[in-house]
Design a protein around this ligand. Structure first.
Ligand code: PMP
Length: 489
């Protein structure tokens, strides 16, 4: 039987058997998935998926944080088709370029913050962050300071799954496999108030521009400090790390404006401006990983604009093509571009698919569509604030210790006891229980520990947000019923 015919006649069970027999999925316990069987997604339109049993599912995660314009956009399909016919591939290695790659580079310089005039294309976010490691180290070589090679990032940050990406990331389970992190990567704690701020005694010095916290400010559990105060405390961990490593050894700091895979950790408004001040003070490069927060997700084109930072380098992927085809890259700010271009000679780095013409053609159509539909403004002025209202109302639910959103990213913290935000016993796996209900009820919502997170397509309407909120409430109720019945509370 030919492949096309076979696809039409296969049942869900057939798909699951073939999947279990041959397909090793990313970030998956292969054996337990094989026992359970994958859910087979067969098609999608707008913000809804359809599975192989014909069930309709509201995709509140935009695929994997990427389908910003929603599914089925004809302009992107046409762009890919046209380019596949015209020129499906040519490389950019040997003094050649293709029109879509050039035009996309031009357009990216227009929609990104003003310091960015140049782009280095990659195939994914991970490759983008590998590029960052090589590029910042190369920059300091060119500056005659090769000793500046250490990159500081954060625990519970996510920067991809390649050797450098996973090393920059602060996921301990990833570090435990494969001898990571690679040398020259240092981590500081994340700006997560629930974990580090709510019980922390107030430090004695908190004004912007103050020297770092003294040992006496570290501390025992206390009454807690405000989120704004905590933002400054958390940013100063960077300064402490720079001083501990030695300024002359530090190359860069990298962070996601909002940690996505870490559980949609939205930092206090005070955090990023203080990070910027510290980077400026010591002359170290600031890198914003915008793989999730780019292309309108936070209500501005890029998350650094929402949070008041002016990065030297910016990684992007996902939303650049709305996930219709793989593409990533690094926006290179004037400071680094000047060194690389004017004084760097050959940069010994690149990928077969750097500037892939079909991917670039899709990205062009995608960015134009984001503009035409006014999606960034819509997130900022309309659906973002509307989602925030919905999330605010979730705080009344007995299971919800906190609910916060920024643009179209949000997280609901599930707690055993709202007083002191006491967590459930880890063995309960409360997030996975809730996620199971979401799956059955036709909602894709992701669980990160005890945080339930969403990032729906930017085309979502107010009526669809109502539909999504009703589903979220229903799944919270079902989870609460489980918790009461099983005695987890
Ligand atoms: N950086 C961030 C912030 C991400 O969220 C991700 C993926 N979720 C990556 C990098 C890695 O991107 P990719 O999976 O395309 O390699």
């Amino acid at each position: 039987m030919n492949t096309e015919l076979r696809s039409k006649t296969r049942t869900t069970a057939d798909w699951q058997a073939a999947d279990a027999a041959h397909f090793l999925h990313p970030f998956t316990d292969f054996q337990s998935l094989a026992k359970k069987g994958s859910r087979i997604i067969t098609k999608a339109e707008n913000i809804y998926l359809t599975d192989s049993d014909g069930q309709r599912i509201l995709d509140a995660m935009s695929g994997l944080w990427c389908v910003n314009v929603g599914y089925g956009q004809q302009a992107l399909i046409d762009a890919a088709t046209r380019q596949l016919k015209e020129l499906p591939f040519y490389n950019a290695f040997f003094q050649t370029a293709t029109p879509p790659a050039i035009e996309l580079a031009e357009l990216l310089a227009e929609v990104t913050p003003p310091q960015f005039k140049h782009v280095f294309f990659t195939g994914s976010g991970s490759e983008g962050n590998d590029t960052i490691v090589r590029m910042v180290r190369r920059y300091w070589d060119i500056q005659g300071q090769p000793g500046r090679s250490v990159i500081i990032s954060r625990r519970n940050g996510y920067h991809g799954s390649t050797m450098a990406g996973a090393s920059l990331g602060g996921m301990s389970a990833m570090h435990a496999q494969g001898g990571l992190p690679i040398p020259g990567i240092e981590h500081i704690d994340q700006p997560y108030w629930v974990e580090h701020g709510q019980h922390r005694p107030a430090p004695s010095r908190l004004k912007a521009g103050d020297p770092p916290r003294g040992a006496g400010d570290e501390g025992d559990l206390g009454a807690g400090i405000s989120r704004e105060q905590f933002g400054l405390v958390a940013a100063r961990w960077l300064e402490e790390k720079i001083l501990a490593v030695g300024v002359e050894r530090v190359a860069a700091f990298i962070g996601e404006p909002i940690q996505g895979a870490g559980g949609v950790i939205i930092p206090p408004a005070t955090y990023w401006p203080e990070i910027q001040r510290i980077c400026d003070k010591y002359g170290i490069l600031l890198v914003s990983d915008e793989v999730i927060t780019g292309f309108g997700r936070t209500g501005r084109w890029f998350g650094c604009e929402t949070f008041g930072a002016r990065p030297d380098l910016m990684t992007f992927a996902k939303g650049v093509t709305s996930g219709y085809i793989p593409l990533g890259g690094v926006m290179v700010g004037e400071r680094v571009a000047e060194a690389l271009i004017e004084r760097g000679g050959e940069f010994e780095h690149g990928y077969t698919y750097s500037g892939h013409p079909v991917a670039c053609a899709v990205a062009l159509a995608n960015i134009k569509l984001i503009r035409e539909l006014g999606l960034v403004e819509r997130v900022h002025d309309d659906v973002g604030p509307y989602l925030a209202e919905g999330f605010e109302s979730l705080k009344a639910h007995p299971l919800v210790g906190d609910a916060e959103s920024c643009g179209l990213m949000g997280a609901v913290l599930l707690v055993k006891d709202k007083d002191g935000l006491k967590p459930f016993d880890e063995s309960v796996g409360i997030g996975m229980v809730c996620r199971g209900h979401c799956f059955r009820e036709g909602l894709i919502m992701r669980a990160v520990g005890n945080r339930m997170i969403i990032a729906p397509p930017l085309v979502i309407t107010r009526a669809q947000i109502d539909e999504m909120m009703a589903l979220i409430r229903r799944c919270l109720d079902l989870t609460l019923a489980d918790a009461r019945r099983e005695g987890w509370l």
